[in-house]
Structure formats: structure tokens, C-alpha cells
Design a protein around this ligand. Structure first.
Ligand SMILES: [Zn+2]
Length: 384
């Protein structure tokens, strides 16, 4: 295969521009350039360097390694036509999705998941973690569909599958059995949802036990309301430390943090930092679902992740749901998600915005244990 060159690329933390040379889908050279640069403002200044190979002139624009969805639900995306969405509450979303789930077939899940994956690829996403509900309603149908999608799109996007107990576990032995089967058949990690279980603490213990049994990472939907009391973070901290799971646990939503006073939020941040637990903020869902019972001064219901980032907690932003009762909007664009977050969290300085960018790139890649560096030897899949 012939070389492909991205000319005049701007890379993070460098003032110079670079030519990035690619062969056989790998970066083979990154050359600092010395010639005059063509830019949109000054298109005539290009011409000092000639290329025999195929190339793309970035004209001084920023080049990065791609975006990473750290928390998305492909199995229940694009089902608005099957749901009644009138109240915008969590209960409505759970009820409506529960009804729709019973009709999910493997072909149906595969088709909707493929649609969202293609949306994501077109928006520059190169890696994603998807939850797959594995319970009495769906059995392993959704899991098998997402596994097929994982293989079909492996050429463009790394997909990690999280076998997920969305609707309780402690009184549902069938769900436990199905989660075990999914993990035995290649699910990459295990996910729990303690706030939807009658016994949240036991739910957390059971999910960790499965994680240990299969030696996989664990991801919880956690603390999804605006009551500052009753957080599951201390329990999660205790289990993470006891089992030596530091760096292998992540939590999504955690909107209780947005309702806590600064001191209590700081205590929780300290626990996350000490146990190296990643915090995933889901701006579209968090702002849509929370606060619908307020008549005025409606809370944003979304955690400002920046103070956690500054403390050294691995923080990410992700889409969560696309076109369903939890989030009736969306196009799998992480740039749009970061922009929404920046508005909600009232980010202003360049430093704060750079942190938000890390949350959809390097931090999210860290969560997925993928490498985002633009370096010689790295994989090269391209979007412009
Ligand atoms: Zn979710």
C-alpha cells in the first residue's frame, strides 16, 4: 500500500506543525515541518513542498487520535417509535423501555446498534463501551447481536461489551445466570445498577463477585437522583479497596454529587481518587431526566466533573442513550456532548475546556485501556 500523508497537522501541546506519514494503517513518521504553511486564511503560502504520495492537507488544523464513548447503550438505542415519552422522568423511561425490551429480537438489536455505531464512526469515534441488558426479558439476544456488531465494525471502532444488570439482581437468580453466561461467552466486563435493586449493597457485592470470578473490570450506574444523602460511593470504595480493584472500577451518572455541598462532594472525590475509580458524566441524560418535578429554578442535575479532574480523578463524558425514553435526542457526537457539558458546567477558561476535551479523548481511552497517543507505530484510522 502506498504512503498517505497528513500535511500541516497541528498536534496537542506543540507550536510547530507536522507531517504525519502513514503506511499499512500505521503511523511510520511524524516530521516537524519548516516550510511555509497553507491555512484557510492564507491559502497561497502552500507550495514549498511537493508530495508524490496520496495526501491530505490539514492546513494547520488540529489533528487528534479520535473520540471514545465510555458509556453508551447500543441495545436500546433508536426506539422512540415504540415508547410513550410524555413526562421525561426516570420511572417513565424505565417502564417504557422495559415494555419495548420484550419485543427485542437479535436482528432488531443488531440493526439499531449498527445504525448508532455508523453514526459514531462518522463523528470520529474510534472506541466505545456499550452496556447490554442481560436479563429475563432479553435473555442473551441483545448480547449476541452486539457481539456480531462488535465483530462487524472491528475495522473502525474498538467495542467493549459490558454485560449489564439494569433491573435488579439480588432477587433475580436468572439474571445472575445470564450474566455468567455472557461473561463466559466473551463479554468484556460486568455492569450493575444498585439504585434499581431492592438491596443496593448486596447488588454491589454480587457484581464484584462476578467481576472477580471472570477477572474483568466493573462499571456501575450509580446515585442517579438529586438527594445528597444515601450515596453508594462509600460502599463502592470499601469493596474496591478490599478486592484490590483500584483502576478497574467506573461509575456513571452519580448526579447525587451535584446536590451535595462542597465539603461532602470533596470527601466523595477523595474516595474516588484514593480507589482510582473513574467518574463518567452523561450530560444529555442527566439534564433531561433530573429536575422534571421542579416548577422553577430547575437544577441542572449534572455533575461538574472539572474539580474531580483537577484532583486527579479519571473523568469522562459520554452519550449514554440515543433516541430513547432516557434521552430522546442525540447523534452519537462526542464533540456535541462536550459542548453541552461545557454549557451546563459553565466552563470558561482554556484550561477547563482542555479538560473537557480530555474527557472525550485521553481520559475515556484510559478507561477503555486504549492508547490515544499520536506516535510512530500507532494505528491510523482517519476522519476529517
Ligand atoms: Zn447508562
Amino acid at each position: 500500500m502506498t504512503d498517505f500523508i497528513i500535511k500541516n497537522a497541528r498536534l496537542a501541546t506543540h507550536d510547530n506543525l507536522f507531517d504525519i506519514r502513514i503506511k499499512d494503517a500505521k503511523i511510520t513518521n511524524i516530521d516537524k515541518i519548516n516550510h511555509a504553511i497553507a491555512t484557510d486564511q492564507n491559502p497561497q503560502s502552500n507550495a514549498l513542498k511537493t508530495y508524490n504520495e496520496a495526501n491530505y492537507d490539514a492546513k494547520g488544523h488540529f489533528v487528534c487520535s479520535g473520540f471514545y464513548e465510555s458509556h453508551i447503550h447500543l441495545d436500546k438505542a433508536c426506539i422512540l417509535d415504540r415508547c410513550k415519552v410524555e413526562k421525561g422522568t426516570l420511572q417513565e423511561a424505565v417502564d417504557e423501555t422495559g415494555k419495548a425490551k420484550e419485543g427485542f429480537t437479535e436482528a432488531d438489536v443488531f440493526e439499531r446498534a449498527s445504525k448508532v455505531i455508523e453514526m459514531a464512526i462518522k463523528k470520529g469515534t474510534v472506541g466505545l463501551r456499550t452496556f447490554v441488558e442481560t436479563d429475563e426479558k432479553t435473555q442473551l439476544r441483545s448480547f449476541q447481536a452486539i457481539k456480531r456488531a462488535q465483530q462487524k465494525y472491528a475495522f473502525a471502532v474498538d467495542i467493549e461489551i459490558c454485560a449489564f444488570a439494569q433491573s435488579g439482581l439480588t432477587t433475580k437468580p436468572k439474571t445472575y445466570e445470564l450474566l455468567q453466561q455472557a461473561l463466559a461467552q466473551g463479554a468484556n466486563l460486568i455492569g450493575g445498577c444498585p439504585y434499581k435493586d431492592e438491596n443496593p449493597e448486596q447488588h454491589i457485592e454480587m457484581i464484584f463477585a462476578l467481576a472477580e470470578q471472570f477477572d474483568v473490570d466493573v462499571d456501575f450506574h450509580l446515585d442517579f437522583d438529586l438527594d445528597p444523602e444515601g450515596s453508594s460511593i462509600p460502599k463502592l470504595f470499601e469493596e474496591t479497596m478490599k478486592r484490590g480493584y483500584q483502576g478497574r472500577v467506573s461509575i456513571g451518572h452519580v448526579t447525587k454529587l451535584s446536590a451535595m455541598d462542597k465539603m461532602k462532594r470533596g470527601e466523595m472525590a477523595g474516595l474516588l481518587k484514593m480507589a482510582d475509580i473513574s467518574l463518567i458524566v452523561l450530560p444529555a441524560t442527566d439534564i433531561y431526566i433530573n429536575g422534571s418535578d421542579y416548577e422553577c429554578l430547575i437544577p441542572r442535575g449534572t455533575v461538574n466533573a472539572n474539580p474531580f479532574y483537577e484532583l486527579g480523578v479519571n473523568t469522562t463524558l459520554s452519550s449514554n442513550n440515543i433516541l430513547n425514553a432516557f434521552t430522546p435526542y442525540g447523534d452519537a457526537s462526542l464533540l456535541r456532548m462536550a459542548n453541552m457539558y461545557a454549557n451546563i458546567a459553565q466552563l470558561s477558561s482554556d484550561k477547563q475546556l482542555a479538560a473537557a476535551f480530555d474527557m472525550i479523548t485521553s481520559n475515556a481511552a484510559k478507561l477503555l485501556k486504549l492508547n490515544t497517543e499520536i506516535r510512530v507505530g500507532a494505528n491510523a484510522t482517519l476522519e476529517s
